[in-house]
Design a protein around this ligand. Structure first.
Ligand SMILES: Cc1cc2nc3c(=O)[nH]c(=O)nc-3n(C[C@H](O)[C@H](O)[C@H](O)COP(=O)(O)O)c2cc1C
Length: 160
């Protein structure tokens, strides 16, 4: 399967997670700053990742380069999402950026795969929930880094 991973990252956490996911799936890895519309279209599975900043917002590079994603024809394309966040410091907006990306790609016709349960997390609010589940893989390297590796492996198993 032809997989592309596109990420944005301020301080490197999401970049490292994206690199791990790309290595485990044999995916092409791209920083959102370099990704062009064709990169979002030319794969069987598109994996997008963003940290949340500013109380529930997308990472800056995602915001700056969103038009490249918005220009893509995602109809009937499979998209999986992952988000990094900090549930202890930002319990009301935990991994919200994943919810923003979800709404975006769904409005462009994508089929989002890889929803996950909230069991094991401790937060009060997130716009990344649909029907009580995360719309993708939620990771917290700030307060639950010991769980990250297993969470990634479980999620990739689910995607396969
Ligand atoms: C100013 C600031 C605001 C943040 N806001 C949120 C937030 O609203 N929700 C959340 O889950 N995490 C929030 N975080 C935590 C980051 O998303 C988290 O540390 C992430 O792993 C950073 O990823 P990066 O190293 O790829 O930039 C915030 C962090 C900072 C420094």
């Amino acid at each position: 399967m032809n997989v592309t991973v596109i990420f944005g990252s301020d301080s490197g956490v999401t970049k490292a997670v994206a690199a791990t996911i790309a290595k485990k799936t044999g995916a092409r890895l791209l920083d959102v700053q370099e990704a062009r519309t064709a990169d979002y279209e030319g794969c069987d599975l598109l994996i997008l990742g963003s940290p949340t900043y500013g109380m529930g917002e997308l990472q800056t590079d995602w915001d700056l380069h969103l038009s490249q994603l918005e220009g893509a024809d995602l109809s009937a394309r499979k998209v999986a999402l992952f988000g990094t966040g900090d549930q202890m410091t930002y319990p009301d907006s935990f991994v919200d950026a994943m919810g923003i990306l979800y709404d975006k790609v769904v409005s462009q016709g994508a089929e989002v795969v890889g929803f996950t349960d909230t069991v094991g997390y401790d937060f009060t609010g997130s716009t990344a929930l649909r029907g009580g589940r995360f719309v993708g893989l939620a990771l917290d390297e700030d307060t639950q880094s010991h769980l990250t590796s297993a969470r990634i492996d479980d999620w990739l198993g689910q995607l396969r």
